[in-house]
Design a protein around this ligand. Sequence first.
Ligand code: SF4
Ligand code: ZN
Ligand code: ZN
Length: 310
Amino acid sequence: MKCIKCDNDSCVEIAYARQDLCSECFCRQVEKRVAKANHEFSLLRRGDKIAVGVSGGKDSAALLYILHNMAKRIGEIELIPIAVDEGIQGYRSKALVKAHELCNSLGLQLRVYSYREHLGASLDEMLSRERSMGACSYCGVFRKTLLNKAALEAGANKLAVGHNLDDVIQTFLMNLLRNDAVKLSRFGVASEGEAGLVPRIKPLVFVPERECALYATLRNLPFYLGECPHSSEAFRGVVKNFLNEAEEKHPGTKFALLNSFLSLKQVLPEMQVKQESTACKECGMPCAGNKCQACLYLCELKLSLTDSLR
Ligand code: SF4
Ligand code: ZN
Ligand code: ZN
């Protein structure tokens, strides 16, 4: 089979677009999708200092590599790779080796923020304590909090995260299924910042998860393939399996759901759920009540902050 864009042999089949592509045309298509996201959502600007969340996995490897090349082309953009070490034995340490390898190859220095250093205990230690929730409920909140802290301390004006198309539609569907109107109205491709919160951008929004993995492989980027041992516990896993099955039987379902989300986003500002934000009395981060979610969880786990979260 030949590539539909050039004379080379194809090596990738894109079912939803009925395309057979060679590796170079496929990689260029992924890069064009990131450029499209940049264009549609005004993600990168000259003068930006962008913290890039790096995990050692395929998505953030593709993200950092593509942003690095885009930043060089646009000019006057500084990228600062940051990683969070949750302290999950047998998993994150291996992934961080790959993250360091990638950053070194791009001439960038990786900053690592660990749960143990900043929150007083690793995730593994937290999970051995009395608790009311599953691993991902704590981990998701702490991870977001530390990424924000790292971005603030780096002086970044944006935080780029490796959320791909699958991640975005999973979150959209989870918010719908949980009837969480506040999160639904706040969730977007480029979030607005507020005091203490660095605006987040998602340049991989148009790139499906499978294509991130293929891209990272075909571009020979170092990444760790292993999965977190807790990943199957999350509600996200249920939604992910459902969407994968729907896509398999009805190619194009994922892009259709993404388009529904983006169309809805255009009318959502009018139904934006207003929520007064105050400063957390423990750490000063913006939150809805007296304490932010991270401080509530730390309190439940009988931990206290080793330093401020902002
Ligand atoms: Fe944390 Fe859950 Fe992700 Fe593992 S799967 S890194 S526990 S949020
Ligand atoms: Zn080709
Ligand atoms: Zn707090």
